[in-house]
Design a protein around this ligand. Structure first.
Ligand code: PBG
Length: 322
């Protein structure tokens, strides 16, 4: 007997009944690039619709997101070049960019969940994610800096700190730092399976964080590996990560799916990274794809693969969530 599958697709109403995956504004985490100044809102050339924002401008953007039901943000500080040094002091010094921003967001919009990126690359003069010994990023000497940065942002009110440096033991170091400062309720979103990817290009433009020499292959994962991603995630969960990330997301759906199967209880975020986002933007500008349905499809795919949350630059227009 031939089965009638097409009866589930006869019209939109019926398709909705049988849809296994639904996108919702509560799935979205929106990244922002924060700069010093007032009334700054400058579009990033390689990331259409994404801006360098000063605190005051950022608050307007967040207010607009809230009206769409999006209440989660991930903050990246973009300090002036003159603030950068070998050990990324501007990341954790008194009056640093991100702490001020976190406090202002929390004061104005307590209902917003604030995530802060924890990594040295935007703050070091050499653009690497940690402390150098010669030309090599040293794991041990980087950990105290990541911990210090996390404690600083947690004290300012961040709900989640999100280490993205790919140092071994970073989750443990950060948890210990938070606990010894009585920041017991601050959670850790670990960039557990973060691959050395070509798709971070526009981000590095935005964050001014490209490495001055070499690449990130000695710390970020080799994209030929899948079992290692599971091992990295497992280690982070043991070190007490509260949420884990697979990054990039769109080109790494298999990793999300395996992570979901292996760790049904952990929250997983997929990072639809800058290059992946820009590809869809520029393709739609060229008329190659239709913007809204294309973004809907890609975000749905990330959720279908098993992600609970999607970190995405996309600012969905009215009617996007159906
Ligand atoms: C910092 C960091 C990067 C991204 C997020 N955090 C860049 C990198 O590792 O070079 C990339 C995000 C994106 O491309 O959207 N380490």
């Amino acid at each position: 007997m031939i089965k009638n599958f097409r009866k589930y697709r006869i019209n939109e109403l019926t398709r909705d009944i049988y849809a296994e995956t639904r996108l919702s504004p509560s799935d979205f985490i929106t990244p922002f690039f924060v700069v010093r100044g007032n009334r700054v809102k400058q579009e990033i050339r390689s990331l259409p619709g994404v801006y360098h924002l000063s605190n005051d401008s950022l608050l307007f953007e967040i207010e607009a997101l809230l009206t769409k039901g999006i209440n989660k943000v991930l903050l990246f500080g973009v300090p002036d070049n003159s603030e950068k040094d070998e050990t990324g002091t501007a990341a954790y010094s008194e009056g640093n960019l991100v702490s001020t921003t976190v406090t202002e967001i929390k004061r104005k919009f307590p209902e917003v969940v604030v995530f802060t990126d924890i990594c040295m690359c935007g703050y070091t003069s050499h653009g690497h994610c940690g402390i150098l010994k010669g030309e090599y990023v040293n794991n041990e000497s980087t950990l105290p800096y990541l911990s210090k940065m996390a404690v600083t942002y947690a004290a300012a009110g961040a709900d989640f700190v999100a280490p993205s440096a790919m140092m071994d033991g970073q989750v443990h170091a950060i948890r210990s730092g938070l606990d010894s400062n009585k920041l017991f309720n601050t959670k850790i979103l670990s960039y557990s399976a973060k691959y050395a990817s070509s798709f971070y290009g526009p981000f590095r433009d935005a964050a001014h964080s490209a490495p001055a020499f070499g690449d990130r292959k000695t710390y970020q994962m080799d994209y030929r590996n899948v079992n290692q991603a599971i091992a990295e995630i497992s280690a982070d969960i043991e070190e007490s990560a509260d949420m884990v990330m697979v990054k990039p997301a769109h080109t790494y759906l298999d990793i999300i799916s395996k992570a979901r199967d292996n760790f049904p209880e952990i929250k997983i975020a997929g990072y639809f990274v800058s290059g992946e986002y820009s590809i869809v933007c520029f393709a739609s500008q060229k008329g190659i794809v239709d913007e809204i349905p294309a973004f809907r499809e890609v975000h749905t795919a990330i959720k279908r693969a098993g992600a609970d949350f999607i970190i995405t630059y996309y600012n969905p227009p009215e009617g996007f969530f159906i």
